[in-house]
Design a protein around this ligand. Sequence first.
Ligand code: DHB
Ligand code: FE
Length: 290
Amino acid sequence: MTDIATEQATAAASGAAATEQFRTKQRADATDVDTRRVDTLVSELLVATHEIVRRHKVTYAEYDALKAWLIRIGEDGEWPLFLDVWVEHVVEEVAGESREGSKGTIEGPYYAPGAPALDAEATLPMRTDEKGTPLLFQGRVTGVDGTPLPGATVDIWQADDDGYYSQFAPGLPEWNLRGTVTADDEGRFRIRTIEPAPYQIPTDGSCGRLIAAAGWHAWRPAHLHLKVSAPGHRLVTTQLYFEGGSHVADDIASAVKPELILAPGPAADGRGHEVTYDFVLDSTDKLDRA
Ligand code: DHB
Ligand code: FE
């Protein structure tokens, strides 16, 4: 991973880290995808582009601006950010169509596998002076039929109170606000953390220039990221949002779903908030038969 500890929180630095992270998990290469699929998908993408050029009478100045921007987005390492913000939500929508259990949503560019293993009753790794409202996030993992899934895994990652992710912004401990929690014998977990802040996608790089040029905003609502899994069950990658939070209704990444909005109340111990959210995992049986 790029040594960003000494660098600024720039688009180029988080872009480089996100690109590096993607390369380590990459699922497929263009040469692994069926020739007819590549032909169909790329041909239709090009035809759609040609139609836009004709319909809007795109000029050479606009064509050159696009070309310059595409060159820059590669140089900035911002392809993971661009794709995860503006394209991934539809790929996830299609992938999630066959799911009966908990809703998923986009993974985004900032997952890092191998977070510290934590017990069912856990506090996420954080700085001694970690800013933010304490949050007790608890719940249960079951199958679609309601059977608890003992030993289910809740892999959680989130931004801090300034909207920064460890390993992708400078100056944060490596696993800050990241953990892999194993549920107890009844599928229950109780995770102490802090509420994340809304997150602004880096504004100083190519994605930022596009947002400024189009007159959009750069915000994602505050969110917890999760990957929940159990043996014999389909892993769900999801995010949870906070009712009434800014940009829940106009997430730049279009990743909010009504089922994913938490409404935390005051914590029983008087420290911050608490909320319960149960996960329902689809069995892999249906996939095996498909
Ligand atoms: C991006 C960041 C996120 O935290 C996220 O969940 C999705 C996308 C991004 O910067 O592209
Ligand atoms: Fe995120």
